[in-house]
Structures are given as structure tokens and as C-alpha cells.
Design a protein around this ligand. Sequence first.
Ligand SMILES: O=C(CO)COP(=O)(O)O
Length: 256
Amino acid sequence: MRKSVIAGNWKMYKTVTEALEFFSKVEFAGKTDRVETVVCAPFVALPALVQETKASGIRIGAQNMHWEEEGAYTGEISPSMLTALGVTHAIIGHSERRAYFAETDESVRLKTRSALDHQLTPIVCVGETLEEREAGRTRELVREQVVAAIRGLSSEEACRLILAYEPVWAIGTGRSATVEDATDVIRFIRKSVADQFDQQVANEVRILYGGSVKPDNIQSFLDTDEIDGALVGGASLDPSSFARLVEVAAQRGDLG
Ligand SMILES: O=C(CO)COP(=O)(O)O
């Protein structure tokens, strides 16, 4: 059975002090062996959070990275800077980065490749806008994004990926996708992975749903075998709500 993942994406929220406060208010012990629990925090909070969460089994992730090892790239952070801190995951190609910072399928491919080369787990985001969904282009677009990200990877590397289906219209809107729609697209993503590699790789890749996931709707997403967890924005900022999400996923682990 694939291990469930609950990944919080804090986006541009929380100072270092606030980030540390979050972990002083919440207890994750005993759950993180059943659920891969990741908090993707702003760069400046990463060193303190890696130290703070050492004993708890929580993994700390970045929200972006450059693909080069080092160089004249003002304002950028390299994968080896992240691994040197003890960061284990990196979100790649979030729709906000695609929309506001000109991330392309090609930069997503380079970053995915580089993250894997540096033993970081990439959480690669794909998803359509409302306009694209209404035009019936969801599958075509999502397949394009997935294929671009995994092009050139070996099967072993592909198995280490986490993909996240995040429909843009569901992010931060309070309007999540229905479980049926999310399941349908995620099943299709798994098939796209199988087409590029084989069924065995497709069976191993974890695929998350993201977009207005909250403690009161996560259970319905996790009830389907197809969805391996959630990438959570708003509801990951509050310690008790994030802990609740992890708890629900941990109970699922018990059943498996
Ligand atoms: O963008 C997201 C996670 O990456 C989802 O954000 P919300 O959970 O706030 O909708």
C-alpha cells in the first residue's frame, strides 16, 4: 500500500517566530510513522523548523528551488542548499508560481530532475484553470503537465515522485473539487504515468489532491484508494486543523 502523505503548503505566511509557535502548539508523535507529514515553509523558516521537528518525524519542505547547483542567480535557492539544512521535500510548479512567476513545463521538468538528483522528494503540482475545465481541456492539460515533468526520468526516479492534482479554481476558494472529479483526474494521471513508464511505476507514485482541503472534507478524499493524501494551503496554517488532517490520514493507515 502506498504511504499516505499530508503536506502543508504555508505559502508566504508565518515569520520564523510564528512558524516555531505552530510546532509548540501541536503534537504529532506516533502519527508520522503512518503518514508522511510534510510542512513546506518559507525559505527563511526552514533552518529553525528542521531543528525544531527533528524528533517528531515531521519532514520539512521548500516551496520552490532552482535547478542549478550554484551560480549567478540573484534571489534563488539551490537544491544543495536545501539538503544541507536537512530539508527533504520541495514543491515544484505550484500553479501560483506558474501564474505569477512564469514557471513553465520546462522549468518544472528541470527542477523535478534536479530535486531527484539531490535526493529531495519533489511534490510536482499540476491542474487546470476554471476556463480550461469549462472548455473540456482538463485531461489534455494535466497529461501535458505530467508528461513534461517526468520526461527523461528513470523508472526508479519516477517511483520517488509525489504528484499533486490541484485544480486552480479550487485553491483558496473554499470550493473543493468533488471527490468524483478529483478521483477521475487522479486515475487519469496514474494512467498517464503508466503510459510513460509501466503499471508498476504508476502503482508506486503517490498522487495527492489539493484545493480547499479542510478537516471536514478530507475523509471523503481519503476514502478512495486512488487519492494518496492532500496538499493543503489554508488549513495547514492552523496547528489544530493541520493535526486533525494528519490524524484522519493516520486512521486510514490503520485500516490499510
Ligand atoms: O494551493 C494549495 C496547496 O498547495 C491549496 O490551497 P488551499 O488549501 O488554501 O485551497
